[in-house]
Design a protein around this ligand. Structure first.
Ligand SMILES: Cc1cc2nc3c(=O)[nH]c(=O)nc-3n(C[C@H](O)[C@H](O)[C@H](O)COP(=O)(O)OP(=O)(O)OC[C@H]3O[C@@H](n4cnc5c(N)ncnc54)[C@H](O)[C@@H]3O)c2cc1C
Ligand code: SF4
Length: 510
């Protein structure tokens, strides 16, 4: 008898491990571990999503005839730790071996390996063919390269998997339509956008919501708006709805933000993908088919496909290639504590209040809010990377470490020193003004770097360039930004430094 461990982010009924399972002799083991909600201070929506999806998955597998050993959060004997519950199951079941799909988190991998070793049970880790690219494929791509860049990796995958290709050439003659995908909504704002499909909690989810509220009452976020697909059929409905209703505008307005519009044209598919309710191949195929049928323009289809075939595969490669050391990187030696308002949204800076507010409400913010609002402020302020990483891992429903950590450490905080991004994503408040309406109701002025109404992003931007000047000088892509800094007088730079110090002090007290 083999024990097949199914983790909360491995819920594909046709995963490699389940395709090979023997229903007569093998048993599935699923563990609800409270430790997974407390090792970072997990948003209630995030915990509820994982638990509800796991319980639905359990019920479906039982209906298919599997024996499922399921450790529910509320079981009195559940000790709350993944490894302690696994140890109990190994003692009770005495399996020939433990089989598990490749992990999504280095910490979980280490603890399961150690538990199996302690109990003398052989562990087989099965390659997860959910992804386009194996860890070995990425290693080969990375071998001998001084720098890793998404664009080359993405082109390789487009060719290899024949996605948006005309023979050997990219469809439309270009690999990348980024230039066309940066529009804001202008003063008039977004048109009326059809809301994404809704998934009202069924009886299983309602029970989970009650248990999460009871077990983690002090955790961030609210369960009032829980509205995520927790089964594969519902995730497929969300995919269809996105392709039909929103994909055609996705590209053009990919980077735009607007007050009280948390979702805009985004797909909301990340959580379903990361729990493996959806397969990236079917998502990419659906987007390409919509383009080929003439339903969506090429820049939208390409922009969307690049996120999944490109970024999602690329960050996974980076994570497993460089962990565990990658998680400790702090190339800019940032030491500031994370301001408390990240947990409450209680700040007069409207862009942050909006982005954090919707995060607490839904467990969701779109990419530019994560990168160019919450991420940018943390980078400019100089927050210790570990602290901001733990915040991102805690507050988003789609947060699994393999995808969250490189996005935070590499893309957003430049803490890996440029392994992943060719330059730090830094900008003044004027970028946020251009891409949103946030600044129009904010007490600060994004054009000002000093004075009472100076935008903290703008002050901290110039201070960031000044503080890291030596390091950034080596980067040719930072030339223009540094030359603009040089145009400022010594007096102005002194004032900026003073004002930045007082913002830091205020944020520490906040
Ligand atoms: C600081 C920071 C932290 C992030 N943390 C996470 C995280 O924990 N989990 C997560 O899935 N994504 C994360 N991302 C990537 C991205 O922001 C989210 O995938 C996206 O916002 C999810 O919303 P959506 O499904 O509506 O995406 P859409 O905008 O509709 O994009 C489509 C899909 O592309 C994929 N995708 C897009 N961008 C990325 C990216 N940079 N890396 C990997 N996949 C991508 C996602 O699967 C997403 O569902 C993070 C980005 C940043 C800058
Ligand atoms: S002025 Fe600055 S702080 Fe205010 S919303 Fe704009 S960018 Fe954010």
């Amino acid at each position: 008898m083999n024990l097949l461990l199914i983790l909360g982010d491995q819920l594909d009924p046709e995963s490699a491990i389940l395709r090979e399972a023997n229903r007569d002799s093998d048993a599935l083991l699923m563990i609800e571990a409270s430790e997974e909600s407390t090792h970072v201070w997990s948003h209630k929506n995030r915990s509820a999503l994982f638990l509800s999806a796991m319980r639905h998955f359990r019920d479906d597998r039982i209906n298919e005839g599997f024996r499922v050993i399921y450790r529910q959060l509320s079981d009195p004997e559940n000790g709350g730790g993944l490894s302690s519950e696994l140890a109990r199951a190994l003692r009770e079941e005495d399996p020939q071996e433990l089989r598990v799909l490749e992990f999504g988190d280095h910490r979980v991998q280490s603890s399961i390996e150690a538990t199996c070793e302690d109990h003398g049970v052989p562990l087989t880790v099965v390659v997860d063919d959910h992804f386009f690219c194996t860890q070995q494929d990425f290693r080969e791509h990375a071998r001998g390269r001084k720098q890793l860049r998404l664009e080359y990796f993405y082109r390789e995958l487009r060719k290899r998997f024949d996605v948006l290709m005309d023979g050997d050439e990219p469809v439309g003659g270009s690999w990348n339509y980024d230039e066309k995908n940066r529009d804001s909504f202008g003063k008039e704002g977004p048109p009326e956008i059809k809301s994404p499909l809704s998934f009202p909690p069924d009886a299983v989810t309602q029970k989970v919501l009650q248990e999460v509220e009871a077990q983690f009452p002090e955790h961030p976020g609210s369960l009032e708006n829980f509205d995520w697909p927790v089964t594969r059929p519902d995730a497929l409905r969300l995919l269809r709805d996105f392709i039909q209703q929103r994909l055609s505008h996705f590209g053009r307005h990919q980077d735009a933000m607007w007050t009280d519009q948390p979702f805009l044209y985004h797909s909301l598919l990340s959580a379903a993908l990361n729990l493996k309710l959806l397969r990236p191949r079917e998502v990419v195929e659906a987007a390409e088919a919509a383009y080929r049928n003439g339903d969506v323009p090429l820049p939208s289809a390409e922009g969307f496909i690049r996120q999944i075939l490109g970024w999602r595969e690329y960050v996974r490669g980076i994570y497993w290639e460089f962990m565990p050391e990658y998680g400790k990187r702090n190339a800019l030696e940032a030491k500031e504590p994370l301001p408390d308002f990240y947990w409450t949204g209680d700040t007069e800076m409207v862009c942050l209040a909006e982005s954090i507010g919707q995060t607490l409400k839904y467990g969701y913010a779109h990419h530019i809010q994560r990168l160019m609002v919450t991420g940018l402020f943390s980078l400019l302020l100089g927050v210790e990377p570990k602290q901001i990483h733990e915040w991102y891992l805690a507050v988003y429903v789609d947060a699994v470490e393999w995808v969250e950590l490189p996005n935070v450490i590499g893309m957003s905080q430049f803490a890996d020193g440029g392994l992943m991004a060719s330059k730090p994503y830094v900008a003044t408040g004027k970028y946020i003004q251009r891409m949103s309406n946030y600044c129009s109701s904010c007490p600060y002025d994004p054009a000002k770097s000093v004075g009472e109404d100076a935008c903290p992003f703008t002050t901290l931007y110039w201070d960031f360039l000044d503080r890291h000047r030596k390091r950034l000088e080596k980067n040719t892509r930072m030339g223009l930004q540094l030359r603009n800094l040089d145009r400022k007088s010594d007096g102005e730079r002194g004032q900026i430094e003073k004002q930045a110090a007082s913002i830091r002090l205020r944020c520490r007290r906040n």
